[in-house]
Design a protein around this ligand. Structure first.
Ligand SMILES: [Zn+2]
Ligand SMILES: [Zn+2]
Length: 257
């Protein structure tokens, strides 16, 4: 288990966000070479370092783009075996469930206080951007281009998470809210707290079952709803922008580009 890779004065590749030259360039989910390098180390074990877990907790994971990239990288590098994200989001959604489950006076403000982020995305804070060059070995950069395991996961689960996409993130009148937009609604006294509490309870329950399915003796017990809860959890915690873009694309091309 190594430490998080330092962002040693990342060399800008001059590659802009969304360029076809990015190693991972799907609608809504793009990663630069530097970000692939970071995530490669991240999923090898640095995600388990206590200080990293503390920072992931304070930020409710990573920002929208980096959390989608994390799931994509894990799915691609591990051929759809999403143990690391399942364990992380089991923890975060259990915390969310507790945060929204309390009954107190001025409950909306109290709930808002408990679901606020208290720290930044650690990848953004470390300086990783869509223009970060990096030190990822060529074979790692080649592997991230073979996106089919990630797209297969998205395709399989999409009917079970599309109704959870936050209307504010997507810019429509869908009633669902991600954490950050629920926070804003609650501060204004407009949050649909009961509905969102039920949504979070459902996500927490399914993602717990999904994480359990990786344990010895429970292999194969996960259902499509359990697997879909991972994307529901990532979207709820970090926002739905990348996933809404994938959803809008409708038919991501299979196989490596
Ligand atoms: Zn970030
Ligand atoms: Zn939102």
């Amino acid at each position: 288990m190594g430490p998080l890779p330092p962002n040693r004065s990342p060399v800008s590749t001059g590659v802009s966000h969304g360029s076809a030259l990015l190693p991972l360039d799907l609608p809504g989910v793009q990663l630069s070479a530097g970000e692939v390098y970071f995530l490669w180390h991240f999923i090898q074990g640095s995600i388990m370092i206590p200080d990293t877990r503390r920072r992931l907790r304070s930020a409710w994971g990573l920002c929208a783009r980096h959390s989608a990239g994390f799931v994509a990288a894990e799915a691609i590098f591990r051929h759809g075996y999403l143990h690391g994200p399942a364990v992380l989001y089991e923890d975060l959604m259990e915390r969310a469930h507790r945060a929204l489950g309390l009954r107190r006076p001025a409950v909306s403000l109290w709930a808002a206080w408990r679901i606020r982020a208290t720290g930044p995305c650690l990848m953004c804070q470390t300086g990783y951007t869509a223009a970060s060059g990096g030190y990822a070995p060529p074979d790692v950069l080649d592997r991230i281009r073979h996106v089919e395991p990630f797209l297969a996961f998205v395709r399989e689960t999409l009917p079970l998470w599309s109704r959870d996409v936050c209307g504010r993130c997507r810019g429509d009148d869908a009633p669902a809210r991600c954490r950050a937009h629920l926070f804003q609604d609650l501060l204004r006294g407009r949050g649909r707290l009961r509905e969102e509490r039920e949504r979070v309870a459902s996500i927490a329950e399914h993602v717990r079952r999904y994480a359990t399915s990786f344990r010895w003796g429970f292999h194969g017990t996960d259902t499509p709803a359990d697997r879909a809860s991972l994307i529901r959890a990532v979207g709820w915690c970090s926002g739905w922008g990348p996933w809404a873009a994938l959803l809008a694309d409708r038919s991501p091309a299979p196989g490596p580009r």
